[in-house]
Every structure is written in structure tokens, then in C-alpha cells.
Design a protein. Sequence first.
Length: 113
Amino acid sequence: MTSAQEQYTQLIQTPGRVDPSTLSAIFDQLDPIKPEQLLGDWNGGFFDTGHPVANTLKEINWVGKSFTSIDHVDPVVVEENGCRVSWGKWGFASVSLPEQSVHHTMPRQAIKS
């Protein structure tokens, strides 16, 4: 049996559509992380799951997310004139934890590059 990280890496290298349930099953196997581990600028990518937002992300030249603090997350960072800037149309967010989380951890749902 391969690890979740190995399965994820294999999916990255495999062209074509990916079933969302396959991605969910992989991410559900990952260890939880603390929100503070998300801080910083992240390069983004996405799998072709057939979700219509993928075309929008391509059109706006989406490159990732920026976690300035737990309470200040820019979920849509685009490349403009060679610089990472906020797209601004989908607003800012904050990192929130599920109510059942006692240890202030969350599923590892992003891979930092």
C-alpha cells in the first residue's frame, strides 16, 4: 500500500480527469496540521475534476494563496506583470477549525511549495 503523499504525487503526474472522491480519500489519510503551519505564500495547482471554477482560475492566471495570518488569508492570488497580487474579487478569508477539533488542528489540504 502506498502512502497518501505517494498517491498524491502519482495523481499529479497522471494527465486527465480525477474523480473528486479519489482526492477526498487521499486527503482524509493525511495527518492534521496546525493552522500556523499554513502561514506564508503558497503556489497553487488543481486537478481536473470537472469543476467549472477551473476555467476561471486559468483565465485569471491564478498562482496560489497567501496566508498572512490565521485571520487574514487571500485565497486568490494571481500573477500580474510578473508579480503575485490579490485578485480581489473573491475577497479575503480566515482559517477556521471544525467545532469537533480539540487540539486546534486541521486536515492537511494544501501542499506548500
